[in-house]
Design a binder for this molecule. Structure first.
Ligand code: ADP
Ligand code: MG
Length: 620
């Protein structure tokens, strides 16, 4: 027998489980049953697709056996089984990167709230909440030898050769103080029904039944075995045969999430391609939503047979928060990952599924606005990613995202912004590139305020990238206010002022030289003397800063255009005294304050302060 140590993360996870999950120890059974169900899914798939395994019998069953006297609970399955190496790596280490990330997020004591953990599948190790000793005996499909893994869940485990009557796995839990409450057939039946009723395989419970024998004045004991779950692929039933409770139960059994889903969409497609989809939106965004290695939440079935639960092809990446099931009649059972990538059937399921999910969301937005807002609080950001990547569905995604704006508190839809347009308004406008407070006070907004035109305040990091690619909404141009051409919308308002300003503009150009691309008379300013704007095709100054921060050093130094306000007192005075040596300081200050208002740091703060002080000395 060889003694082996747990990987550090396993020890951490075990500690965490013991200390934080204690309020729901019953979930251990859900975890073990779901592992058995996974193992059966894997074996069935193998026997259907791999020549070498075709002759293997597939008699799916999961059995729970209770021994009240010995205080043991045994969970066995006729699934794929594990060999020595599997036992060591699957039950001795944590392979899933999501689990590691989860652990690191939880490292502070304050964050260890059991809600968060309940949302997350803790897996096999949760059994140590109820057992002080666990034996896992297993024989892998296609192999002769069986192995036994034993552990007290403290430091490590032992592995030794063993006997196992058939292919599959048997797990014996030696129940501890906490676990004794589960040495009760009623309790077990209740837990199986609660979490695992819709597992696709039958779950049997064997226990000792005692019945009072009136004649002999004693209780008769007998071993009984009964099936405790429904074992139906519930998504195959019609909507009318299913209650909300059925849907919620199925959701919890496939996701392990202890909360109810926000909503679900169940579709049966018939015709050229036959399939069923059942999609759920979790109440809370999955913990790995913003991790590159996210776990896929939609399982692929073919004719009720589980195929895989990590097919990234089923939905586009921005819908990675969706959970559920796709069950196809037309795909081959031995469909491989390579085939999936370019399979026509799958492509059409995917296209239709995306359309379905988005249009259902639009209905929720229209009919249940409060619920939709809960959704948006979790998923606005992934929808924006969709705007960037899913060109075909851009228009509906634009209807679904919610944004901040200058006229409303909270969030608004583009449709509402459109409905609030003033009569002479031709386009929709937005401002990007910085924190909300900075955006809201930007001089670039002045003309819009004066004309009562609503401007979207896009302060999310990804807004600038996303919206630089979105140029229209519902037949209207969607324009950034910090782009040079946007001011053309307002030129007719102030047609002739430019002429007499030409000498000043020429002077400013000479003084600022290389720093600016151009100096122009602005039509968008009201209270501020100056502002800076970028060219249509160029990234804004803030965006350039961001790109440099991300390591894009190759970026050419793109120059902004300075716009001056012809009606501002400072500008008017500069015009009168354009030969004054002070004009030079004033010119720089106009440029520098415009940068500051956009949140762009100055390259020469010392020079700025000297200029400012010279001005202050003169004015005090
Ligand atoms: P997860 O199920 O999320 O992968 P678990 O901790 O529940 O995490 O299980 C770890 C791994 O151990 C599984 O992925 C599987 O490979 C293996 N395993 C657990 N239980 C069984 C079983 N009954 N039969 C076969 N393999 C199993
Ligand atoms: Mg598991």
């Amino acid at each position: 027998m060889s003694k082996r140590e747990f990987q550090t993360e396993v020890s951490q996870l075990l500690q965490l489980i013991i200390h934080s999950l204690y309020s729901h120890p019953e979930i251990f059974l859900r975890e073990l049953v779901s592992n058995s169900s996974d193992a059966l899914d894997k074996l069935r798939h193998l026997t259907l697709t791999e020549e070498a395994y075709k002759a293997l019998p597939f008699e799916p069953r999961i059995a729970l056996e209770l021994n009240e006297e010995k205080k043991t609970l045994t969970i066995s399955d006729t699934g794929i089984g594990m060999n020595e190496e599997d036992l060591t790596s699957h039950l001795g280490t944590i392979a899933r990167s999501g689990t590691k990330n989860f652990l690191s997020q939880l490292s502070g004591d304050a964050k260890r709230d059991s809600n968060l953990i309940g949302q997350f599948g803790v897996g096999f190790y949760s059994a140590f909440m109820v057992a002080d000793q666990i034996e896992v005996t297993s024989r892998k499909a296609g192999e002769e030898r069986a192995w036994r893994w034993t552990s007290d869940g403290k430091t490590g485990f032992d592995i030794e050769p063993a006997d196992h009557p058939s292919v599959g796995t048997t797990i014996v839990l030696h129940l501890n103080e906490e676990g004794k409450q589960y040495a009760n057939s009623w309790r077990l039946r209740e837990i199986v029904k609660k979490y695992s009723n819709h597992i696709a395989f039958p779950i049997f419970l064997t226990y000792e039944k005692s019945e009072w024998n009136e004649a002999e004045k004693k209780s008769d004991k007998s071993q009984v075995t009964e099936q405790v779950n429904e074992a139906s692929a519930l998504w195959r039933r019609g909507k009318n045969d299913l209650t909300d409770e059925d849907y919620k139960e199925l959701y919890q059994s496939i996701t392990g999430d202890s909360q109810n889903p926000l909503f679900w969409f169940h579709t049966k497609a018939e015709g050229s391609s036959e399939y069923i989809t059942l999609f759920y939106i979790p109440a809370k965004a999955p913990l790995d939503l913003y991790q590159a290695e996210y776990k896929v939440g939609v399982k692929l079935y073919v004719k009720r047979v589980f195929i895989m639960d990590d097919a990234k092809e089923l939905l586009p990446q921005y819908l990675r928060f969706v959970r559920g099931i796709v069950d196809s009649e037309d795909l081959p059972l031995n469909v491989s990952r390579e085939i999936l990538q370019q399979n026509r059937v799958l492509t059409s399921i995917r296209t239709a599924s995306v359309k379905k999910i988005l249009s259902e969301l639009k209905l929720v937005a229209a009919n249940e606005p409060d619920k939709y807002l809960t959704f948006i609080q979790q998923y606005n950001r992934p929808l924006k990613e969709g705007l960037y990547g899913d060109f075909a569905n851009r228009e509906i995604l634009l209807d679904l995202v919610r944004l901040k704006s200058t006229t409303v508190d909270g969030l608004t839809s583009l449709a509402d912004v459109k409905s609030r347009m003033i009569p002479e308004q031709k386009s929709l406008y937005y401002i990007t590139g910085g924190a909300e407070a900075l955006l809201r006070t930007s001089p670039l907004l002045e003309i819009y305020k004066r004309k009562n035109i609503e401007v979207l305040v896009l302060d999310d990091e990804i807004d600038e990238i996303v919206f630089s690619g979105v140029t229209s909404y519902s037949g209207l141009d969607l324009k950034a206010v910090n782009k040079s051409s946007t001011s053309e919308d307002f030129t007719e308002a102030e047609p002739t002022k430019a002429e007499h300003l030409q000498p000043l503009i020429a002077r400013l150009k000479t003084i600022l030289g290389e720093k600016v691309k151009d100096v122009r008379v602005s039509t968008r300013l009201a209270d501020s003397p100056s502002c800076i704007v970028s060219d249509e095709a160029e990234p804004s100054l803030q965006m350039q800063q961001m790109l440099r921060a991300m390591g894009q050093t190759e970026l050419p130094a793109l120059k902004p255009t300075l716009e001056i306000n012809p009606d501002h007192e400072i500008v008017r005075k500069m015009l009168d005294r354009s030969d004054d040596p002070l004009t030079e300081d004033a010119a720089w200050l106009l440029y520098e304050q415009a940068l500051l208002m956009e949140g762009v740091p100055l390259q020469d703060p010392a020079g700025f302060v000297q200029r400012l002080n010279r001005m202050l000395q003169l004015s005090i």
